[in-house]
Design a protein around this ligand. Structure first.
Ligand SMILES: Cc1cc2nc3c(=O)[nH]c(=O)nc-3n(C[C@H](O)[C@H](O)[C@H](O)COP(=O)(O)OP(=O)(O)OC[C@H]3O[C@@H](n4cnc5c(N)ncnc54)[C@H](O)[C@@H]3O)c2cc1C
Length: 388
């Protein structure tokens, strides 16, 4: 069967589902294809990878009427930045930036569940169990071939295709890759002292270690070498907690217990062009960032929101045409490039243990703590992203 639509969205993960919801009420016929079937959706719901949602993301999720489904989102009221084996630290207070919180920590699975449920309830053509296998352009049409859960192959045609598949269908996309030679280990840990809404970012010899408040617990994202990550994932809970205590120190008292660990290899990947004929890439399909600054989903959500605004403002006959695509490219340029550079420079500066750099870093952190304007800039960048 060959069905038609105004827009086909490939990927109904957090970014693709957000775009579909943002287009609700636009009068456009939107077809969303999500590879996950019902059973895989249950597995994703258990994914506890912590996502720090910025205040700006909260505002977008409120507009999408999804925020109220994230009742357990934990506010980050202050951010404490330090480095192991060096001096200098920065304390960023949300109230100094005049916002209620820097962000909110939500497990990835909970966010996906909230967005997927909203999409399934409100959108007639949001399809689970539909895996795109090819995207090609013929004349003024994007043609997406896909396979359904029951093995049947189908095809969808639209003047505009949006790729939000996390980077899975990268064929034909010019991707730049930078391997950081690092791996993230995530876990949910319990600490002796209450977190009081403080998130910790600590730069260690092997890479940054973040502890984010999540409910009464802390969500750990520990970036380190692949070998160390493999050891951390395989060792007993007691050895893991001892290693964590050693790397983080005792600001939160003793680490008492931990969940199972998950491991994510880290590379920076970005598409050279986010618009291609009749096609726009958004979210991780456009850029996959190191999680050090917690920017990936926040940036992807802004991709989705601003693309929806451009689509809604466009006369239907111009959908997917070069002028419209160029407006999208220009609009996303500054935020995207700034977020990629900001995250990449944080990784480079803070993952290098050369002693002079460590001292410079200490001086930088100490100076930053004394510079309210710079602190506010940093806080706003992490909260709202860059604006052109
Ligand atoms: C350890 C870790 C911590 C992180 N912390 C943060 C954080 O604190 N803050 C933050 O903002 N970001 C964070 N991120 C990044 C964040 O997880 C991603 O940016 C976000 O998940 C991107 O969403 P997405 O929808 O673009 O891609 P994905 O989440 O990868 O979703 C893609 C979707 O497309 C579907 N799909 C794939 N292939 C196909 C196909 N062929 N056909 C149809 N559907 C398909 C998949 O099933 C999936 O549902 C973190 C990432 C990691 C690894």
């Amino acid at each position: 069967m060959n069905e038609s639509a105004d827009i086909v969205i490939v990927g109904g993960g957090p970014v693709g589902a957000a775009l579909a919801l943002a287009l609700l009420g636009s009068g456009l016929d939107v077809l969303s294809l999500e590879a996950r079937g019902a059973e895989a959706a249950a597995l994703v719901a258990a994914d506890e990878r912590p996502l720090a949602l910025s205040h700006g993301s909260r505002v977008i999720l409120e507009r999408l009427d999804v925020w109220s489904a994230l009742a357990n989102a934990t506010p980050i009221r202050r951010i404490h930045v330090s480095q192991a084996g060096g001096f200098g630290r920065v304390l960023l207070e949300a109230r100094d930036a005049d916002i209620p919180a820097y962000g909110y920590v939500v497990p990835y699975g909970e966010l996906v569940r909230a967005l997927t449920q909203a999409a399934q309830q409100r959108l007639p053509r949001y399809r689970l169990g539909a895996r795109a296998t090819a995207l090609r352009i013929e004349g003024a049409s994007a043609i997406v071939e896909y396979t359904r859960d029951d093995g049947v192959s189908d095809m969808a045609t639209a003047p505009l295709a949006v790729v939000a598949d996390g980077g899975a269908l990268a064929a034909g996309v010019d991707i730049r890759t930078k391997d950081y030679g690092q791996t993230a280990v995530t876990a949910r840990v319990q600490t002796q002292a209450a977190h009081g809404g403080t998130a910790y970012e600590r730069f260690t010899r092997n890479g940054p270690l973040a502890l984010l408040p999540m409910g009464d617990d802390m969500a750990l994202i520990w970036t380190t070498t692949p070998e160390h990550a493999a050891d951390l994932a395989a060792m007993s809970d007691a050895s893991f907690l001892a290693g964590l205590q050693n790397a983080f120190g005792d600001r939160l008292g003793a680490f008492r217990s931990t969940s199972a660990r998950a491991v994510y290899p880290l590379t920076l990947k970005y598409a050279r062009h986010i618009v291609l004929p009749r096609t726009v890439l958004i979210g991780n399909a456009a850029q996959t960032l190191h999680p050090v600054a917690g920017q990936g989903f926040n940036l992807g959500l802004r991709d989705a929101w601003e693309l929806a605004e451009e689509v809604i403002a466009c006369e239907p006959e111009w959908l997917g045409q070069d002028d419209m695509l160029e407006r999208v490219r220009r609009r996303r340029q500054v935020d995207r490039v700034a977020s990629i550079r900001f995250t990449d420079s944080l990784v480079r500066v803070f993952s290098n243990d050369v002693p002079p750099l460590r001292i410079a870093r200490g001086l930088g952190l100490a100076a930053l703590d004394q510079l309210p304007l710079l602190k506010t800039f940093l806080a706003r960048r992490m909260t709202f992203g860059a604006r052109g």
